[in-house]
Write a protein that binds this ligand. Structure first.
Ligand SMILES: Nc1ncnc2c1ncn2[C@@H]1O[C@H](COP(=O)(O)OP(=O)(O)OP(=O)(O)O)[C@@H](O)[C@H]1O
Length: 236
């Protein structure tokens, strides 16, 4: 399979604080890669590094093209959509306005049919169309954030803890939809999750990050079935 995203010897940090110390990671085209690790390991920073929100050294390659240290907007135009932790929706705007912002970089006329496609995935968003995003439930906000990212028609979707703070049934719903999206749109996904079980179930490939370094990597299924890895790193 061709690599969609490749990180090679990636270093990143904030000012004097170095957070990532040489990460190698791959997302296959149409594949799902999970990035796991304890609080503060550098998972969010890795996603930020991919979409140009922190300064990096090393290589970030999207479908064979270097994107490291480009502007965030330029990276978005090349097909990278980011659903940050805290959802990244515009809380004071309505669902409709958030949808329109999601599609803002698109110049084609198919946006309206993509709105319909999003309603197919997330019927509740149609019912909440004129509602302010800040007044939606946590699950609806996560759905809106994912829909908004998908309206970019990304090649790569970066998801930062999509299950955070949500009830188990909603989480199941959202992951069910992510599976459909992956099949229907062939989008590659890099997902950060505290819920290792959930992420390993969803992903084909996984990496375990510890204080800015990858300590375990491999097929998600193998990691899920490895009792020693589970006990040492995942705490279950
Ligand atoms: N804007 C920032 N300025 C300075 N340090 C930061 C900033 N953001 C994160 N850090 C530091 O970088 C380190 C890694 O943080 P990061 O958010 O990437 O970890 P994480 O693995 O995503 O953790 P969590 O699961 O808690 O979100 C932490 O020590 C954190 O304090």
């Amino acid at each position: 399979m061709t690599a969609l995203l490749e990180l090679r010897d990636l270093h990143a940090g904030y000012g004097q604080t170095r957070v990532l110390h040489g990460i190698d990671l791959t997302v296959d085209a149409g594949g799902v890669t999970a990035l796991l690790g304890a609080n503060g390991a550098g998972k969010t920073t890795t996603l930020r590094a991919v979409c140009g929100m922190v300064r990096t050294t090393g290589e970030v390659t999207l479908a064979g093209e270097r994107i490291d240290n480009r502007a965030t907007e330029d990276i978005a135009r090349r097909g990278v959509a980011h659903v940050p932790d805290g959802r990244g929706t515009f809380m004071e705007l309505t669902v409709e306005e958030n949808f329109k912002l999601g599609a803002y970089v698109r110049k084609d006329r198919e946006v309206t049919s993509d709105f319909e496609q999003m309603f197919g995935y997330f019927p509740r968003l149609r019912q909440r169309w004129k509602q302010q995003a800040g007044t939606l439930s946590g699950g609806e906000q996560q759905m809106l954030a994912i829909a908004r990212a998908l309206l970019l028609r990304p090649r790569l979707l970066l998801l930062d803890e999509p299950s955070f703070g949500l009830a188990p049934l909603i989480v199941q719903d959202i992951f069910g939809i992510l599976r459909q999206v992956r099949e229907a749109q062939g989008v590659g996904i890099l997902i950060v999750e505290q819920n290792a079980n959930l992420a390993l179930d969803f992903a084909d490939r996984a990496y375990l990050l510890e204080t800015g370094r990858i300590v375990v990597s491999g097929p998600a299924q193998e990691i899920r079935e490895d009792e020693q890895i589970r006990r040492s790193y995942l705490g279950y």
